[in-house]
Design a binder for this molecule. Structure first.
Ligand code: BGP
Length: 480
C-alpha cells in the first residue's frame, strides 16, 4: 500500500457519533423508546442532565451536519442506527419513516463522498425487548439481534460497506447497571454480566455471518473500548496484575471476536469466582464462524490504566471518574484476586480525571496487530471538556487540538511499525450527550448551542478544532 505523508492513500478521516446521544426526536415519526431514552430520562430527573429527547437534534439538522462534515473534508462518518427507530417493537413491523431517515442520511453522506461506517448497536436496546424478557438477560436476544441485523443489512446493503456490530462490549459488561435498563435483582447478580456477554458474542457472531452473506463486499468489525493496563511497579505481583487485567478487560473480548474462543486464564478465574456461564452445544461453533467473518477491529481509545496486585478482601467495583470537570477524586476499579487500579504518576489527567496517554494508543495498536494481524480503525478518541462559546461565536478549544494532535502522531508511529489502519474517527463530529455528564461535557468539532436546561435552537458553531482538523485532513495528516 502506498504511504502518503505517513498515512496510506485512501486512509479515511472523519468522526463518530451514536444515535441516542445525538438524534433527539425520541418519540417522533413512529419511533418508540429504547432503554437509553428511559435511562437518560431518569438521569435527567435525578441530576438535571439533558436527556435524549432532543439531544443535539441531529434528526432535524442532519443535512446541515453533513454539510459541515464535508466542509472539514471528512471521508468517513461513524454513526449508529437507532434500533427502535427502524423496528419500534424490536422485531416485526418496520417503521417506514425511521427506515427512510437512515436512507436520507446515508445518501446525504454519499453525495458528499463521505463513507458511512454503521454501528448496529450502541447501548440502545428497544424497550419493547427489555419489557418482554429483560434484553441481554435472555437468550432470545440473540435471535432478535440477528433479526434486526438482517433487516438493516438488507435495507442498506447497497450503500454501506463498513459495519460494526456492537459498541464497547467490555464496557457494557463492566457497567451492566448503567448501560442497560435492568432489574435490581440483575444489578446485584454478578453472574448475569458474563452470561449476557456470551449472548453478545453469539449475537455479534450471527451478525458477522449475516454481513458476509448479505452485503456484497461488506466488512465486519466491532468497536471495543481499549485501555492498556500498565503495572504500577516492576514487582512481579504488579506485573502479574497487569497481565491479568489485560486478559480480563481486553483479550477476553478480542479473542472472542478474532478467534471465536474464550481466553483460558479468564475462564479459569470466572470459574474460581463462581461466575462461569452456560455455553450450549453449538455455541462455540457459531463463535468460530463469526470469527471467520471478522475483518477489522474498531478501537475506542481515550486513556490508559495502571494496576497493582489486588488488596485482599476488596469487593469488585468499576472505575468512576470525577463528574465535576474540575479534577479531583477517582474511584479506581477492583477485580477481586486479580488486580486493583491505581494512579499512574507518569502521566497527567483531563479535568474529568481521564489519564492522557497518547503513547498508550501506539501501544494498543501495535500489541493488537502483533497478536491478531488484522486492520484497525479508530472509532472513538477525544477530549471531553466544558467548552466556552464566545460572544463572536468562536470556541477556543486548544486543549482538544493538543490531545488529538498527539494521538494522531501516535497512530502514525504505529503505522510506521507495521499496523494497518483504515480510518480515524474521533469522538465526536459535533457536540452530543455524554454518557455521564449531560451535554455540558463536550467532545465535538462543532459546537451545538444548548444547555442541559435549555434546548434553545441547537445552533451549530465551528470550534477552533474544526479549522485545525480541516487542515489535517487536507494534508492527509502531514500538518498537525
Ligand atoms: C464511549 C462511548 C461513547 C461516548 C464516549 C465518551 O465509551 O462509546 O458513547 O459517550 O465514551 O464518554 P462520556 O460520554 O461518558 O464522556
Amino acid at each position: 500500500m502506498k504511504i502518503v505523508n505517513s498515512f496510506p492513500e485512501g486512509f479515511m478521516w472523519g468522526a463518530a457519533t451514536s444515535a441516542y446521544q445525538c438524534e433527539g426526536a425520541a418519540n417522533e415519526d413512529g419511533k418508540k423508546d429504547n432503554q437509553q431514552d428511559v435511562i437518560n430520562r431518569e438521569i435527567h430527573d435525578e441530576y438535571g442532565y439533558a436527556d435524549a429527547s432532543v439531544a443535539s437534534d441531529h434528526y432535524h439538522h442532519y443535512k446541515e451536519d453533513v454539510a459541515l462534515m464535508a466542509e472539514m473534508g471528512f471521508t468517513s462518518y461513524r454513526f449508529s442506527i437507532n434500533w427502535a427507530r427502524v423496528l419500534p417493537d424490536g422485531v416485526g413491523e418496520p417503521n417506514p419513516k425511521g427506515v427512510e431517515f437512515y436512507h436520507n442520511l446515508i445518501d446525504e453522506l454519499k453525495a458528499h463522498n463521505i463513507e458511512p461506517i454503521v454501528t448496529m448497536w450502541h447501548y440502545d436496546l428497544p424497550m419493547a425487548l427489555v419489557d418482554k424478557y429483560g434484553g441481554w438477560r435472555d437468550r432470545q436476544i440473540i435471535d432478535d439481534f440477528e433479526y434486526f441485523a438482517r433487516f438493516i443489512l438488507e435495507e442498506y446493503k447497497d450503500k454501506v460497506k463498513y459495519w460494526l456490530t456492537i459498541n464497547e462490549q467490555s464496557i457494557v459488561v463492566n457497567y451492566m447497571d448503567r448501560k442497560n435498563k435492568i432489574s435490581m435483582e440483575d444489578k446485584y447478580n454478578p453472574k448475569f454480566r458474563y452470561q449476557a456477554n456470551h449472548y453478545m458474542n453469539l449475537a455479534h457472531a450471527k451478525a458477522a455471518i449475516a454481513i458476509h452473506e448479505i452485503v456484497p463486499g461488506g466488512l465486519c468489525g466491532a468497536a471495543l473500548d481499549m485501555a492498556p493496563y500498565y503495572p504500577h511497579t516492576c514487582d512481579p505481583e504488579d506485573i502479574m496484575a497487569a497481565k491479568n487485567a489485560n486478559a480480563f478487560k481486553n483479550y477476553f473480548y478480542m479473542d472472542a471476536y478474532f478467534k471465536g474462543i474464550y481466553t483460558d486464564s479468564v475462564m479459569a478465574y470466572l470459574k474460581r469466582q463462581g461466575l462461569d456461564f452456560e455455553i450450549m452445544d453449538g455455541d462455540m461453533e457459531i463463535m468460530k464462524k463469526g470469527a471467520e467473518c471478522f475483518d477489522f477491529l474498531g478501537i475506542n481509545y481515550y486513556q490508559s490504566a495502571c494496576v497493582k496486585a489486588a488488596t485482599p478482601g476488596l469487593a469488585r467495583r468499576s472505575k468512576q471518574n470525577n463528574k465535576t470537570g474540575k479534577g479531583g477524586s477517582v474511584v479506581y476499579e477492583v477485580q477481586p484476586d486479580l488486580f486493583e487500579g491505581c494512579k499512574n504518576e507518569f502521566i497527567g489527567d483531563t479535568d474529568f480525571s481521564m489519564p492522557i496517554d497518547p503513547m498508550g494508543l501506539q501501544y494498543v495498536l501495535e500489541d493488537i496487530n502483533d497478536r491478531y494481524h488484522k486492520p484497525m480503525m479508530i472509532c472513538e478518541n477525544g477530549f471531553g471538556a466544558y467548552d466556552v462559546l464566545e460572544k463572536d461565536g468562536s470556541v477556543h478549544d486548544e486543549y482538544r487540538i493538543a490531545y488529538i494532535r498527539e494521538h494522531i502522531k501516535a497512530m502514525k508511529d504505529a503505522i510506521a511499525n507495521g499496523v494497518e489502519m483504515i480510518a480515524y474517527n474521533p469522538w465526536s463530529a459535533f457536540d452530543l450527550l455524554s454518557t455521564s455528564n449531560g451535554i455540558a461535557k463536550r467532545y465535538g468539532f462543532i459546537y451545538v448551542d444548548r444547555t442541559d436546561d435549555d434546548v434553545k435552537e441547537c445552533k451549530r458553531y465551528k470550534k477552533d478544532s474544526f479549522y485545525w482538523y480541516k487542515n489535517v485532513i487536507a494534508t492527509n495528516g502531514k500538518n498537525l
